[in-house]
Design a protein around this ligand. Structure first.
Ligand code: NAD
Length: 349
């Protein structure tokens, strides 16, 4: 296959293929754009069915990171890495060391962090071989210390983003009495649900793991619904916090919520689904704008973490979304399209 001619390759600065016979490492590191700073993005380990699938994934994800960081006003470019393999069976210390050395060879043009298939512990191990990893340091917060895991910051940013979307669409500052459906009650989804509950919202949740559902029911008083039923609930806000491409031809006609605002990456199956939501009068908070809390957290880890400063930075998600919503309203365009234009204005200038 030709990599240069792939539509996803488009404007990438650098794509590096890395391999190591001893550990079995097969990885690809993509640097999409470094105009604003070094390319920071997660390292995903996944048993891709083909090399082509892995290449497409890393190119798409690294480009997304450029837009996410530019929108969050970070001095960061966009990059991502993927390791081809099963994280449960093939992730050995030798493989992580080889990956760390490959990252180190780029001398800081790319900075790795945890993603699907890699953990804080993996990044800590890689940090023994390269300084170019993030999401590893314990952080002091007002409630005590927490690990390098950026999920709490992502959840808080998503909570702030829901407040912005509710203000825009429903004209309300308070979330008291709001009905919210959360799809996926994992690291981010549960923490988000906890904050929504504290703000007075009623919760409906779905997940594929029963223990997560039991916990949400017992600790948050959430109503559990089936994986398919979550889309068509009579609620005010739908918060996707599981996987991507869930806003598609099949699900959009079912949605009764007036607001879609959640943490999952790549929620729109295709860009045209942003138009479909707009046509139905549903306000969509673009995923990479509302879920930027994690990258903001990881960025501050590298520049000197001060809890109040990070919190203020995460809270800018409210203003970013308001700017997008206003422009989308005035120009009659889908919010995702407007977000891309604003991000490009920031990283291309
Ligand atoms: P997680 O794996 O902890 O949680 C995801 C949850 O979704 C799990 O409980 C899983 O069982 C559930 N799930 C999977 N398939 C489902 C389905 N069909 N229906 C309902 N639930 C389902 O992951 P996370 O860290 O909480 O991330 C959630 C989403 O947010 C992902 O899309 C991730 O890419 C995105 N995101 C996370 C961060 C972060 O800081 N963790 C940052 C940005 C974006």
């Amino acid at each position: 296959m030709s990599v240069f001619s792939l539509s996803d390759f488009a404007d990438h600065e650098q794509v590096v293929f890395c391999s190591d016979d001893k550990s079995g490492l097969k990885a690809i590191i993509a640097v999409h754009n470094s105009n604003l700073g070094p390319a920071l993005g997660g390292c995903r380990m996944w048993p891709y069915a083909s090399e082509e699938e892995a290449i497409r994934d890393v190119l798409r994800l690294s480009r997304g990171m450029t837009y996410k960081s530019a929108m969050a006003n970070l001095k960061l470019g966009g990059g991502k890495s993927v390791v081809i393999g099963n994280p449960r069976t093939q992730k050995t210390p030798q493989l992580l060391e080889a990956l760390a050395r490959a990252v180190d060879n780029l001398k800081g043009r790319y900075i790795a962090a945890e993603d699907s298939g890699t953990s804080v512990a993996d990044m800590k191990y890689m940090a023994e071989f390269t300084p170019y990893v993030s999401g590893v340091k314990d952080k002091a917060t007002k409630d005590g210390k927490r690990s390098g895991d950026p999920s709490p910051a992502t959840a808080y940013g998503t909570f702030v983003g829901i407040r912005a979307a509710v203000k825009e669409k429903l004209g309300r500052d308070s979330l008291d009495g709001l009905r919210v459906a959360v799809q996926g009650i994992g690291n981010v989804g549960f923490d988000l649900a906890r904050q929504l509950k504290a703000a007075g919202a009623s919760l409906w949740v779905s997940d594929i793991h029963q223990e997560q559902l039991d916990r949400a029911q017992q600790e948050l008083g959430a109503t559990v619904v089936g994986s398919e039923a979550i889309f068509g609930l009579d609620v005010d806000v739908f918060a996707p916090c599981a996987m991507g491409a869930i806003l598609n031809d099949k699900t959009i006609p079912q949605i009764k919520a007036q607001v879609i605002a959640g943490a999952a990456n790549n929620q729109l199956a295709e860009p045209r689904h942003g138009t479909a939501l707009m046509d139905r009068g549903i306000l969509y908070a673009p995923d990479y704008v509302i879920n930027a809390g994690g990258i903001i957290d990881v960025y501050h880890e590298r520049t000197g973490f001060k809890h109040e400063e990070v919190t203020r930075h995460v809270e800018q998600i409210y203003d970013n979304l308001m700017e997008i919503f206003e422009r989308a309203r005035v120009e009659g365009r889908p919010t995702g399209e407007v977000a891309d234009v604003i991000a490009e204005e920031r990283f291309k200038r």
